[in-house]
Design a protein around this ligand. Structure first.
Ligand code: PLP
Length: 388
């Protein structure tokens, strides 16, 4: 085995690097999840968590990966055969669609080219063609982690409002929460789906549903089978500081520390940092002569950048070289983008010199893989870091 010195560069778009203080917070003795110390933890944690979603409503915490929170969003609000409108923005939107179908929902999947976000104009047209209000929910992936494209959720909300359509709005923020500006209440989102392993800077294992009053009303009438994912017993037990089943105690310790770090930096500063690192990454990629996958200037992701390679080059080969030579993990192309793109994660616990190291490693990996680039002397990263 090769000896690795220094830290591995985990530059996939989640799971992300976990801050040392979060790791230390989790390395505490396990406590009784039905005892007073745990009760105090929950009572501190849930209000702090709600501020990140920017909601005054409940946030349900599941000991599960993000996929579980997807399922929870659907089974708590919908009934068998309900029509839901989903947008083909990429791999994760496609997986959510597949899940909705498996659960017995009738999915209208708006086709997309995996380079753009959910189109508010297409939504407006679909809503106008639905005077009987058969569409019960609109599902949008805020930040499509497979493509580096961020959908314009406020414009999606505006289209629903303009049509005066009662469909619920379900939004996946798994790779945007705590990285890209987001407002559950102000944007009129009914269920926000999130996960621990990206902007929240935790290991995988927790996921979340922020829930509006309208979603809670829908939950009272929804008939899809649900048991483990049922919000109601969790919300009920949370009122008293507990959970209906064994919570992921030590991840919750980590969550409290991660929320403290986010509050100390301030969410506006967190978003500005992400957007600056994303802008520098795009500028570097373009200066190298390569193409960023996202095709709409309004929709660039601040969490990650997907880099499109010239057709004759294999993105997985570049990733392999970067891992072997520089001990850095980059995200692979998913689904129909396999081999065509690689993804640079620049979210979570990240700073300027980590970005400089990441871009230097990517550039060197591209050269070693024989991908034709603009001359090395033109690498703009140091200047961008000084001036951007
Ligand atoms: N949605 C998005 C946007 C994601 O990025 C992911 C995972 O990366 C998921 C859903 C699925 O989450 P998980 O892999 O935690 O189940």
């Amino acid at each position: 085995m090769t000896l690795r010195t220094g830290r591995h560069f985990l530059q996939i778009p989640g799971p992300t690097n976990v801050p040392d203080s979060v790791l230390r917070a989790m390395a505490a003795p396990v406590i009784d999840h039905r005892g007073p110390e745990f009760q105090k933890l929950t009572n501190r944690l849930l209000p702090a968590l709600a501020t990140v979603f920017r909601t005054r409503g409940p946030v349900v915490v599941f000991p599960a990966s993000g996929t579980g929170a997807w399922e929870a969003a659907l089974v708590n609000t919908l009934s068998p055969g309900d029509r839901v409108l989903c947008f083909e923005t990429g791999h994760f939107a496609t997986l959510w669609r597949t899940m909705a179908e498996a659960l017995g929902l009738d999915v209208d999947f708006v086709p997309g080219d995996w380079r753009r976000g959910a189109d508010p104009e297409v939504l407006a047209a679909r809503l106008a063609a639905d005077p009987a209000h058969r569409i019960k929910a609109v599902c949008v992936v805020h930040n499509e982690t497979s493509t580096g494209v961020t959908s314009r959720v406020p414009e999606i909300r505006a289209a629903l409002d303009a049509a005066d359509h009662p469909a619920l709005l379900l939004v996946d923020t798994i790779s945007s929460l705590a990285s890209i500006d987001y407002h559950h209440d102000a944007w009129g989102v009914d269920v926000t789906v999130a996960g621990s392993q990206k902007g929240l800077m935790l290991p995988p294992g927790l996921s979340f549903n922020a829930v509006s009053d309208k979603a809670l009303e829908a939950a009272a009438a929804a008939r899809l089978p649900r048991s483990y994912w049922d919000w109601r017993p969790v919300i009920e037990a949370n009122r008293n500081g507990f959970f209906p089943y064994t919570p992921a105690t030590n991840l919750l310790y980590g969550l409290e520390e991660a929320l403290r770090l986010l509050a100390a930096e301030g969410l506006p500063a967190v978003f500005a940092r992400h957007s600056r690192h994303a802008a520098i990454t795009r500028a570097a990629v373009r200066a190298w002569g390569l193409e960023v996958l996202c095709a709409d200037e309004r929709e660039h992701s601040s969490s990650l950048t997907a880099v499109l390679l010239p057709e004759e080059h294999d993105a997985d080969k570049v990733r392999e070289i970067v891992l072997e030579r520089f001990d850095m993990s980059l995200g692979s192309g998913l689904g129909r983008l396999a081999g065509k793109v690689f993804r640079i994660g620049h979210l979570g616990c990240f700073n300027d010199l980590m970005l400089a190291g990441t871009l230097a490693g990517v550039r060197a990996g591209l050269e070693l893989a024989g991908v034709p680039l603009a001359p090395a002397g033109e690498d703009p990263t140091p200047e961008l870091l000084r001036t951007a």
